[in-house]
Design a protein around this ligand. Structure first.
Ligand code: SF4
Length: 377
């Protein structure tokens, strides 16, 4: 690997995201940016990523690398080595977290060995369910036995790994046994999302099959209760203390990140931007932006509060004061009081944090606070 630049003391450490927008088949509920591919992603895409990394001129001190998708586990070890070589020659890291999302049916002992050799040390497995009928409902390629085998292989080799699960698929009753099985496998991290029926996906036509709100809240609450060793630290994320995803914390703490690849978002120097969102446009000019939005100071303050209130740790008032030179109560007192009166947040001298109800109805917190942004714009 090439020599890395040095981390400068006091430089804010950013997150680095790499989007791999290719999947072997397209799941009918998925509205992520992805397209079907046979075999590995094209080398032309890796070449484009390298060009984009080469022309990147933002902050270079970083804390994490996250390969997301799509399906990053389709990248060959050689492709991953090229991308990581470019990243490590462009960014300076201090004890980085390097994560890769993997589909259960891609995982083999040989690939895991190759990932370890590349210093990738956190694997996030797209399991979704340990129930064959639920996996069929979700249109996943793998079955429960494949998911179990993949988890066993990963658990044998990696101390830091995560399971992605989905609740609300049919049969709904499969959720508890899936959680119990996840609990027995004892991953240090779990992400659990409710099934959505997004516009433009094949599932849109089945939206009337969606579970009702009471069932949703019941299934959501089960995750916290059944997952034992992992505790909820963010609306949809559970971890053994110390295994929270450092990369995702960058988003939830509204810190800076640089995204590379088709449609990837960046947030740097108060500007949120998005790369070109079609493969054709991205390949033609990697690094060109399709969307650029400079956020006002008021917008960044609102987003910082909203994002922190996704976290069990909440928003340390002192951190807000240091970042914005203002008191969060002075900025949002009326809205925070209203949220507290509704039982959605609680506070003490030092911190604002969501209650259990605030986790369940987290969108309500965002809606209340976004109304301030509208007023102040
Ligand atoms: S859910 Fe994952 S594997 Fe399925 S199409 Fe979407 S990105 Fe690809």
């Amino acid at each position: 690997m090439l020599a890395s630049p040095q981390v400068e003391t006091d430089s804010p450490l950013i997150g680095v995201y790499l989007h791999v927008p290719y999947c072997r088949t397209i799941c009918p509920y998925c509205d992520f940016l992805r397209e079907p591919v046979v075999g590995a992603p094209p080398d032309a895409y890796v070449d484009a990523l390298l060009r984009e990394i080469d022309v990147y001129d933002g902050p270079v001190c970083a804390q994490s690398v996250f390969f997301g998708g799509g399906t990053p586990s389709l990248l060959t070890p050689r492709q991953l080595e090229r991308i990581l070589g470019a990243i490590f020659s462009r960014f300076a890291f201090e004890n980085p977290e390097i994560s890769l999302e993997a589909n259960a049916d891609d995982i083999t002992p040989e690939l895991l060995h190759a990932w370890q050799a590349l210093d990738i040390h956190r694997i996030s497995i797209g399991v979704q369910s340990f129930d064959d009928a639920a996996l069929r409902h979700l249109g996943r390629r793998h079955d429960a036995a494949t998911a179990r085998r993949a988890c066993a292989w990963v658990a044998e080799r990696f101390g830091n790994w995560s399971l992605d699960l989905i609740f609300g698929a049919r049969p709904v009753e499969a959720w508890r046994p899936t959680l119990e099985e996840a609990g027995r496998l004892a991953p240090p991290h779990v992400s659990a999302y409710g099934l959505t029926y997004e516009a433009g996906t094949p599932f849109e036509a089945q939206a009337d099959e969606a579970i009702d709100e009471d069932t949703y809240l019941e299934l959501y609450g089960l995750a916290e209760d059944v997952l034992g060793g992992c505790r909820r630290y963010e609306v949809s994320s559970y971890a053994v203390p110390g295994f929270e995803c450092r990369h995702n914390l960058v988003y939830w703490q509204n810190r800076e990140y640089a995204g590379f690849g088709t449609g990837a978002y960046s947030f740097l120097h108060g500007v949120r931007s998005r790369n070109m969102a079609t493969a054709e446009a991205y390949l033609a000019d990697p690094g060109a932006k399709g969307e650029v939005l400079r956020l006002s100071d008021a917008e960044i303050r609102v987003e910082t509060v909203i994002q922190h209130l996704r976290l069990r740790a909440g928003l340390p008032k002192d951190a807000y004061r240091r970042r914005f030179g203002a008191n969060v109560q002075a900025d949002f007192g009326r809205e925070l009081d209203a949220l507290a009166a509704r039982g959605l947040i609680e506070e003490d001298e030092e911190t604002l944090r969501p209650t259990r109800l605030g986790f369940e109805l987290n969108d309500e917190i965002g809606l209340e606070l976004v109304s301030v942004r509208r007023v102040s714009e």
